[in-house]
Design a protein around this ligand. Structure first.
Ligand code: FAD
Length: 455
């Protein structure tokens, strides 16, 4: 009996229940497969494509070079591969994104026609989406009760990596290697080291040296206060279960706060899985009559936002960090998203698309529901009237202005927190930094007027 392990968002070998299941089923060997699906690949943008390519290459090393990479529609490619290697079963980690569910349904049907079993074991989450529900059996829409129920539900221990798995040889298509090479060459940002080894090293370094300050440090973009694990979690180079097992019994506020952040990831995956159309539409219908500006007529403002030239230092620092590195600090993601939605008055999907095009960790559930949370159309319990003030946010979370000076060289000469208010120093604009493109107080009032009109 031969089995196929089809890797998707689980590019690792350790703590992978689907591999255990494939090994149990495949007495004659396990063939490990990755399919470059043009639907996902072409829409990913050069940054995410680069990270995926690096992660696939790293996964191939984890499997001793025995990872077969194919290019094409998974429905035909997975079935053809199973046939070619004489497999009786195809093993996966369950997928819950809207596209993933539809794709898997097609693949599964095609395999069934050929008497090949489809076996889903585990998922990219500690608690699979859809498992945590209210007493009435409904999905949660608010984070705090979800997180409580999620903790009460609990999660499995990490899977034990099976020993002595017989891996079949690599049967990659030549054009797959070309695609991966090109994606790596075209990636416009410097990528972190990919792979499960790097993910584990990052997690352990964070756990041992940085976690203790997380409760205070996580909101400070000027400090290396967060784990930077999101790109690894995105491709499954590390599973949250591995992290949670390490934190079992940890009572500190920092550990609790970190687990809460992992719970946000699970929450958004749950919301998206239960409400697939919320990927690109408002989760809450209440703001359906909200008046937005189309990105076209405010194209100059949108362009200033994208390129980090709005004249609001913390917004510009964040957008430049995103463009230059493919990553942005969570607090600054909220500030920049709020700026586009509530100062420029553009509906959130335009911003969400831009983030997905540029983030290494770009993830439909976390990104689009992160945007909806900020926009007030999503899961926030007290949504619309919160409008982030970019200056007070900057002064609070980057109190010495270090983050701004790091990403906005035109303000490198402005010392301390005044970097957030270049208009208060005589030479603030001497190095070409732009004046504010809008008046925040006026736009805040306009945002609240529009909100009032929906009620
Ligand atoms: P840490 O603070 O170390 O947190 C550990 C892990 O918890 C993260 O790696 C992530 O998996 C999870 N996490 C933390 N905060 C959140 C959150 N608010 N929502 C969901 N999961 C969270 N995260 C993504 O992974 N991909 C995205 O595309 C994405 N887009 C976002 C867009 C907006 C507008 C906002 C407000 C947030 C977005 N986030 C996204 C969530 C969050 O900003 C990142 O997960 C976090 O900044 C990653 O850095 P880290 O790994 O150092 O986080």
């Amino acid at each position: 009996m031969t089995s196929v392990l089809w890797l998707r968002r689980d590019l690792r070998r350790r703590d992978l229940p689907a591999l255990d299941a494939a090994a149990d089923a495949g007495a004659d060997g396990v063939r490990v497969l990755f399919v470059i699906d043009p639907v996902l690949w072409d829409s990913a943008g050069p940054v995410r494509r680069g990270w995926l390519a690096a992660s696939v290459r790293a996964a191939a090393q984890s499997y001793d070079g025995r990872l077969s990479v194919r290019v094409g529609d998974p429905e035909t490619k997975v079935a053809a591969f199973a046939h070619e290697v004489g497999a009786d079963s195809v093993h996966v980690s369950a997928e819950t994104t809207p596209y993933g569910v539809r794709r898997d349904r097609r693949v599964r049907r095609r395999l069934a026609e050929r008497d090949v079993a489809w076996v889903a074991t585990g998922s990219p989450y500690a608690v699979g989406p859809g498992r945590v529900t209210t007493r009435q059996g409904r999905p949660y829409r608010v984070f705090t009760p979800f997180a409580r129920a999620w903790r009460e539900h609990g999660w499995a221990d990490p899977a034990t990596s099976p020993r002595g798995v017989r891996l079949g040889e690599d049967r990659s298509e030549a054009r797959a290697a070309i695609r991966l090479d090109r994606a790596l060459a075209d990636c416009p940002v410097e990528l972190p080291t990919a792979g499960e080894g790097a993910a584990l090293r990052r997690w352990r370094a964070f756990r041992d040296a940085e976690l203790a300050d997380y409760a205070d440090g996580r909101d400070r973009p000027d400090r290396p206060g967060t784990s930077r694990l999101s790109p690894y979690l995105k491709v499954g180079a590390i599973h949250p279960r591995t992290i949670l097992a390490d934190l079992a019994g940890a009572r500190s506020e920092a550990a609790r706060s970190f687990v809460d952040e992992l719970a946000w990831r699970e929450f958004y995956a749950d919301v998206l899985s239960c409400e697939p159309e919320s990927a690109w539409r408002d989760l809450r219908p209440e703001l359906g009559s909200m008046r937005y500006d189309a990105p076209g007529p405010v194209a100059d403002l949108v362009e200033a936002w994208k390129t980090g030239r709005t004249g609001f230092p913390i917004v510009d620092a964040g957008m430049r960090q995103l463009a230059e590195t493919g990553w942005m600090h969570n607090r600054v993601r909220m500030i920049t998203a709020s700026f586009l939605c509530k100062d420029v008055h553009v509906w959130w999907p335009a911003g969400a698309r831009h983030f997905l095009d540029h983030l290494i960790d770009g993830d439909l559930a976390s990104n689009n529901h992160g945007w909806q949370w900020v926009a007030g159309t999503g899961t926030d319990a007290a949504p619309y009237p919160r409008v982030f003030n970019p200056v007070t946010q900057g002064r609070t979370f980057d109190p010495e202005g270090d983050y701004v000076r790091r990403w906005v060289p035109e303000l490198a000469h402005v010392s301390g927190r005044r970097a957030h208010e270049p208009w208060t120093v005589a030479d603030g604009y001497d190095r070409g930094y732009p004046r504010p493109v809008l008046d925040h107080a006026e736009e805040r009032a306009e945002a609240l007027r529009r909100y009032g009109a929906t009620r």
